[in-house]
Write a protein that binds this ligand. Sequence first.
Ligand code: TYD
Length: 222
Amino acid sequence: MGKNDWSGFFLVLDGIDGCGKSTQAKKLCNYFKSNDIQTLLTAEPSDYDIGKMLRKYLQNSEIPASVDALLFAADRIEHCNKEILPLLNKGSIIISDRYRDSSYIYQSIEGKNEGVSIDWIKNINKFSLIPDLTIIIDIDPKIGLKRKRKQAINSQNQSLDKFEIDEFQNLIREEFIKIVKNSVVSDEGIHILIDGNGSEEEVFNKIMQVIKSYLKNNFKLK
Ligand code: TYD
């Protein structure tokens, strides 16, 4: 897809399961809205049909990684075309809870024995947009999984997905760190790693500091 010539701002929060990105994404959305900025909080897998199918597939460890990768790429194209791009062109801030980096990392690790490489995943994702800024929240996978298990107990219809096991999350974390180190400014947009240890408020303040230095001048924060 074309260059980032929209008037809006496309922000992604990503990281291992239970890193706190969903909580921070909600806080950011409320903060921008309180500054009278049109903001959309969205997530992947999306709420469109392919996204819904993916949520079911994520419970099934027999689905090949190649199928997951193709479906995530297709879901992303639909998500961009139907929701993200029209709003970016109208000048909104989009906050996406997970995006392309999750595909590069989760599907390349789950698909290592199937020959699913990051290069191939990048290729099938070339039809979706490059974010303006991606923030990766880094925490110890043990803490992340503890949060996820607690959430699963508290909510009746939420079970852990096939990736929410210790060894897998350790590998995922290493890959997220590598993505940030290798591509602070790259063909995948700007990536910044934030330490997710600390209170919700502390992590939020760290994220806001980063966002303020990258947000376009047309957005005025009080
Ligand atoms: P997650 O953000 O954990 O959603 P929730 O907290 O609502 O369960 O995302 C669901 C899972 O989807 C997560 O384990 C990572 C996985 N995923 C991929 O494997 N590839 C992708 O491209 C995306 C977007 C997510």
